[in-house]
Design a protein around this ligand. Structure first.
Ligand code: HPA
Length: 276
């Protein structure tokens, strides 16, 4: 067995008897957006630090647990807190939770994050549907011997974000009268925010929102044949686009402020996924 897959299996087996159901959707909650998991009817929780050989987030405010809940009729596994590349974890570790949720049975990955707006038409507090992505100097999570149990060596990435789910999110946003921007998400390594010159570069490359997560998880999910969709909460204008300096506190504050609308959009969209 491939070593990466062996580790996924070991994690799975260490928690298999605690899973209340086979999840259909895996939802990753970004910075400042974790409270969604406090408002669902929880069936079970599994703290990351109780899982054998599992990476645990060092970021303050990231809770670090799987929450299992039905949203509408859909069984969902929610990651309340994720691990990031900038914390010093290897890419293999950063995407291990995504692989584990697939092993639990999830067929769809719903990624969310707080991100800086690089598109000049965006405002802090906007929500953005991710239509595609760029990994900016972030290594592919698929480097190394291929885990053939999970997917093929050279996976196609021409539709990482499933078109059908993009349409579903646009339809739900329209129904709820929620303004939803669309655009390309850029993952940087972090942990520093970008310089204004880097933001200009990323704008020219086609980036609309910039963050420090997500794209590697989406590549991993695509490799495994999962459907993927994603929402960025534009927590601030990227460096150089506003007069103010960037801080993690402000990022979390804005994410919290739009939290109510974000939660409505995400939960209604997941309910609709029952029919997918
Ligand atoms: N840049 C990178 N990551 C971020 C930002 C940003 O401006 N805001 C929130 N996460």
């Amino acid at each position: 067995m491939n070593k990466i897959y062996e580790r996924v299996r070991a994690c799975y087996e260490s928690i298999a008897n605690k899973l209340p159901f086979r999840p259909k959707v895996a939802l990753i909650l970004g910075s400042g957006l974790g409270s969604l998991a406090d408002e669902v009817e929880v069936k079970a929780t599994i703290p990351y630090n109780t899982i054998a050989n599992f990476p645990v987030s060092t970021v303050p405010g990231h809770k670090g647990r799987f929450v299992f809940a039905y949203i509408g009729e859909v069984p969902v596994v929610i990651m309340q807190g994720r691990v990031h590349y900038y914390e010093g974890y290897s890419m293999e570790e950063v995407v291990l939770p995504t692989r584990l949720m697939h092993e639990m049975g999830a067929e769809t990955l719903f990624v969310t994050n707080a991100a800086g707006g690089a598109n000049p038409n965006f405002k802090a507090g906007d929500l953005m549907l991710i239509t595609d992505q760029i990994m900016n100097f972030v290594p592919s999570p698929l480097i190394g011997p291929n885990a053939a149990e999970l997917g093929e060596r050279f996976p196609d990435m021409s539709e990482i974000y499933t078109k059908k789910l993009q349409q579903l999110l646009l339809d739900v946003a329209k129904k709820l009268e929620i303004k939803l921007q669309t655009g390309v998400y850029v993952q940087t390594t972090g942990p520093n925010f970008e310089s204004p010159a880097e933001v200009r570069m990323l704008q020219r490359l086609g980036g609309d929102a910039i963050g420090m997560s997500t794209a590697c998880e989406a590549v991993t999910a695509c490799h495994m044949g999962m459907q993927v969709c994603g929402i960025s909460c534009i927590s601030n204008l990227a460096a150089g686009l506003s007069a103010s300096k960037l801080s993690d506190d402000d990022v979390k504050k804005t994410a919290n402020l739009v939290g109510r609308i974000f939660k409505r959009l995400v939960t209604e969209a997941i309910k609709e996924m029952a029919h997918n």
